[in-house]
Design a protein around this ligand. Structure first.
Ligand code: SF4
Length: 237
């Protein structure tokens, strides 16, 4: 565990029992973060740009087969494999425990994407355009990335920054539940809970200690900041 230099350590818990696979979180993320719009050809070439994907898999034997969904975004690992391989330090760790990406430093070697076991980094192979009137929806808080730049989920860092600045002006810390990434805000079944893992009383901290908790590829020792709660059913008993 790294030495904390901030009162915040942002993290997320995703309850797989609640996720219905609706995909609203994926669309919210795309709209919030100026994520490039890809056409059918680009998607078929594996050049999709989503920062968040919904994995789908089946459990059980026919006829008792059930579908399960697993939302996967950057896991904001505390020992992130993407960070030491970047030759220009574009991928770095911030004091709040987030894995950041400095777009104007990225030179596009894609070492980080290749070293990420979760395959959550996406590379801009094309110069994306937003046809009118979609260009009006671009957020001024976020850089519009250009061709040759690697990007990924930031936990909507623009929202975190705004909440921190407002809290600082009022001489307090960010309250539990005060800031949410677009995906968590949009999820109709409230499957995603975001908050400060450094606060043991926050909702996300309490859920992260649930007996149902697990992390993706835990054996790799990346120490993600995203926790999952196992779905129910016989296969998980
Ligand atoms: S919005 Fe919520 S329920 Fe829908 S796919 Fe995302 S996490 Fe699952």
């Amino acid at each position: 565990m790294e030495k904390l230099t901030s009162p915040y350590k942002w993290g997320m818990v995703i309850d797989l029992d609640r996720c219905t696979g609706c995909g609203a979180c994926v669309v919210a993320c795309q709209a919030e973060n100026n994520v490039g719009i890809c056409d059918k050809k680009e998607i078929s070439e594996g050049r999709g740009m989503h920062w968040l994907r919904i994995e789908r898999y089946w459990v059980g034997e026919y006829p008792d087969v059930r579908v399960r969904f697993l939302p996967v975004m950057c896991q904001h690992c505390q020992d992130a494999p993407c960070e030491p391989v970047c030759p220009v330090y574009a991928s770095y760790h911030n004091p709040d425990g987030l894995n950041g990406q400095v777009y104007n430093r990225c030179v596009g070697t894609r070492y980080c994407g290749n070293n990420c076991p979760y395959a959550v980094r996406v590379f801009n192979f094309y110069q994306h355009e937003w046809p009118k009137p979609l260009d009006s929806q671009l957020s001024p808080d976020i850089t519009v990335r250009s061709r040759g730049v690697m990007e990924k989920c930031t936990f909507c860092i623009q929202r975190i920054r705004r909440a921190k600045e407002e809290a600082k002006e009022e001489g307090r810390q960010v309250r539990d539940g005060e800031v949410q990434p677009a995906c968590a805000q949009t999820c109709p079944s409230e499957a995603m809970v975001f908050g400060n893992l450094a606060d043991p009383r926050s909702r996300v901290s309490i859920l992260s200690r649930s007996p149902r908790r697990f992390q993706l590829l835990e054996h790799l020792g990346t120490h993600p900041s995203v926790f999952y709660l196992k779905g129910g059913g016989r296969e998980h008993v």
